[in-house]
Design a protein around this ligand. Structure first.
Ligand code: NAP
Length: 307
């Protein structure tokens, strides 16, 4: 069976990644677009997900590529109409709203897939396998990029629920929570808010694993020049470095992996498998850590930010 997909929110990530990944994946077919300001030639178009769901265009599943604010209502409508659901990261604005969606999907026997695209980066599974039988001594995450380059004009990202620097930072957390052989919890958080914005531009976080190893994370949106998306793990038997957002893996300085990006193709393949087997994939741990960072966060006010 080919899944007929309705894509909601035709913005940057939908165009850059979802459309090519869907086109390259057997077993799923783009059947409609719902977006207030953009459509595609020769494809049924709707202003929003409600209009799509009320139409006679047949879809089996909905992929939400909208900002996190407003996702709950869109996801609720999709599940209520009996559609399987794929959520861009972060899966929503709050932990409770996303948990409620998970419960709703379960009760209706529908697939819900809270995607974490960075977990599909080329080096991540090999990193997880390497760390599985090691003792973790320490972890250091540096996720530093230039917000002006990556998010020009995206106002939602600075609004409550838009996560600010955690929009990329949650990708690092999605990798670390996947590769470490034990859970971690937050012990301290400092958040830098520009005086004219509602979301942090930088964050310093300290976590501890269950066996007491420190995990430090520095997220910063003010980095110009070379960009940094690195995770360094010291173990009892070697040092692992995942760089370039997880696509490169080195162990004790020896490069083990550097492959082209197939993150979104992997996500759609996984979604097809999940729908086919009647399962869901719904790990909220990265979002929980972000919520904790706001709960424990000591707030510092910094200079105003201008696009
Ligand atoms: P974007 O470029 O702003 O696109 C989002 C689209 O959603 C907009 O084009 C807009 O299309 C629609 N939309 C619906 N309600 C909206 C609202 N209230 N405010 C703004 N747009 C609204 O954002 P994006 O970068 O694609 O990010 C979307 C999601 O993907 C986010 O959760 C983000 O974290 C995730 N993501 C982004 C990237 C990336 O590199 N950009 C990478 C991975 C994941 P209409 O105006 O036509 O409705």
């Amino acid at each position: 069976m080919t899944i007929r997909l309705g894509l909601v929110g035709l913005g940057k990530i939908a165009r850059d990644q979802h459309l090519p990944a869907i086109a390259a994946t057997e077993g799923i077919q783009l059947a409609a677009i719902a977006s207030r300001n953009a459509g595609l030639p020769d494809l049924p178009y709707f202003h929003d997900v409600d209009a799509l769901l009320a139409s006679d265009t047949a879809v089996d599943a909905i992929s939400l590529c909208t900002p996190p604010q407003g996702r709950f209502e869109q996801a609720f409508a999709a599940l209520k109409s009996g559609k399987h659901l794929m959520l861009e990261k972060p899966p929503g604005m709050s932990v409770a709203e996303v948990e409620a969606l998970g419960r709703m999907a379960r009760e209706k026997g529908l697939t819900i897939f809270a995607t974490w695209h960075s977990r599909e980066a080329a080096g991540v599974e090999a990193a997880r396998a390497f760390l599985a039988d090691k003792t973790i001594r320490s972890v250091r995450i540096d996720w530093k990029e230039d917000v002006r380059h990556w998010h020009p004009g995206q106002q939602w990202i600075w609004e409550p629920g838009g996560l600010g620097v955690f929009d990329p930072g949650i990708n690092a957390l999605s990798i670390v929570t996947h590769i470490l052989p034990e859970p971690m919890h937050l012990t301290a958080s400092t958040l830098d808010f520009p005086e004219n914005r509602h979301a942090p531009i930088a964050a310093s976080l300290a976590f501890r694993t269950m066996s007491g190893a420190p995990v430090e994370a520095e997220f910063d949106w003010r980095q110009t020049g070379p960009q940094t998306w690195d995770i360094r793990v010291e173990t009892d038997r070697g040092e692992l470095v995942l760089s370039h957002g997880g696509s490169r893996l080195a162990i004790d300085g020896v490069q083990r992996m550097a492959e082209p990006d197939r993150e979104y193709r992997n996500l759609y393949r996984r979604f097809i498998e999940l729908v086919g087997s009647g399962q869901s994939d719904f790990d909220l741990s990265p979002l929980i850590h972000v919520a904790d960072a706001f709960l424990l966060g000591q707030r510092r006010v910094t200079d105003a930010f201008h696009d």
